[in-house]
Design a protein around this ligand. Sequence first.
Ligand code: FAD
Length: 136
Amino acid sequence: MYLTRLIYFSRAKTGVDQDIEQILESARKYNGKHNITGALWFDGDYFVQALEGGRHAVSETYHRIAADPRHADIELVSCDNMDSRLFHKWRMAYFADTQENRELITKYSAHDKLMPERMSARSLLHVLAEGQLLGH
Ligand code: FAD
């Protein structure tokens, strides 16, 4: 099964902050069972997520997440075959809106706030890959 990495971003629905722990818990449980790794960035407004794994598992997971009513305006950024995982240690690393994370945005974006629609796929991947070192 080909290894695939998919990146998307979406707009969080109001009040979803309360659900983050539950989202992460169910994500990590499911991802662990299906050999999916990745990272999720949430700044209170946007989600940016990378999903890695077998092509079928990534595709199925993405469609399930896309149907989740807790976010909207989902935009696929990239979906590529890959030789190795970047987030192999994480069933789902998570980064919130901290000062340290905002500094990463400034490094890879023309803005000091996360605006994924104005960032390239490569910049978003760099943000997630560097952010995982700060994640939990
Ligand atoms: P069930 O738990 O049976 O729920 C049925 C439906 O209700 C689904 O459409 C579900 O999305 C929705 N739902 C569940 N809880 C709530 C709630 N509290 N409020 C409103 N609607 C609800 N899942 C993964 O497996 N891996 C991931 O990496 C992952 N990342 C996610 C990232 C984001 C930004 C979001 C919003 C969700 C993510 N999820 C992830 C969760 C995923 O969308 C599903 O909710 C979860 O996988 C359970 O799926 P299910 O079909 O068993 O739904």
